[in-house]
Design a protein around this ligand. Structure first.
Ligand code: SF4
Ligand code: SF4
Length: 212
């Protein structure tokens, strides 16, 4: 084997190891791609086994083009993935922009963890505002919980007008941060995250309405 032939697998192995290290460093304290903030659902291809997902009580919806999906927050998420060995391919293949940058040495561990903390704080702020506006179903992804809650409603009080404005600002700030730090810059078919979606989203909350 030539030097070039041995260098290519070594480089690929090093990149995979760096990604895995970044995952170990960041994901246990994050969960944003499992808890309904970053994505609204997870897609499963036709050929993937779904029996084990059903056995774990994960409700699967058939998709018009074939395959399945289930909504987030993922029922298997409780601080970590309870079906890690059996998780769908999309979950295995997805690496957010922060993990990718950490693996490439473009961001320090401290800065990456600070990014996660601040994003989680912003997501919590959105949730609190939603609850103050009359509550919403925590089993739904954040995008759906926000839907229709930012528009003016006839007869609403001044306090409610202010709350809705506050919610809109909080959602905008969250969408901006997620777009800047978490959605991968370039996305292939395997990661399920369409970068163009962010630019074409018609409303702030629809920017979060993606399938992983
Ligand atoms: S959003 Fe990124 S850092 Fe957070 S759990 Fe998912 S892959 Fe890990
Ligand atoms: S199956 Fe696991 S990795 Fe995939 S969304 Fe659910 S908790 Fe996250």
């Amino acid at each position: 084997m030539t030097d070039v032939e041995t260098a290519v697998p070594n480089a690929a192995g090093n990149a995979a190891a760096a990604l895995e290290k970044a995952v170990q460093e960041l994901c246990p304290g994050c969960g944003l791609c499992c808890d309904g903030v970053l994505f609204a659902s997870v897609g499963i291809a036709n050929h993937e086994p779904v029996g084990c997902l059903r056995a774990r009580g994960i409700p699967l919806e058939p998709q018009p083009g074939g395959g399945w999906s289930f909504i987030q927050p993922c029922p298997a998420y409780g601080g970590n993935c309870s079906i890690y060995a059996d998780r769908p391919a999309r979950c295995r293949e997805f690496h957010c922009g922060l993990v990718i940058r950490r693996a490439g040495g473009e961001i320090t561990l401290e800065a990456a963890r600070a990014e996660i903390r601040e994003t989680r704080r912003q997501a919590s702020q959105v949730t609190v505002l939603l609850e103050r506006l009359g509550g919403s179903d925590a089993r739904q992804p954040l995008s759906r919980r926000c839907r229709g809650r930012m528009e003016p409603v006839a007869g609403q009080s001044d306090a409610e007008v202010e709350l809705r404005a506050e919610l809109m600002l909080a959602v905008h700030a969250l969408v901006f941060r997620l777009g800047r730090a978490f959605y991968p810059e370039t996305s292939g078919p395997s990661d399920g995250c369409d970068g163009a979606r962010k630019a074409t989203a018609s409303t702030p909350e629809s920017a979060l309405d993606a399938t992983r």
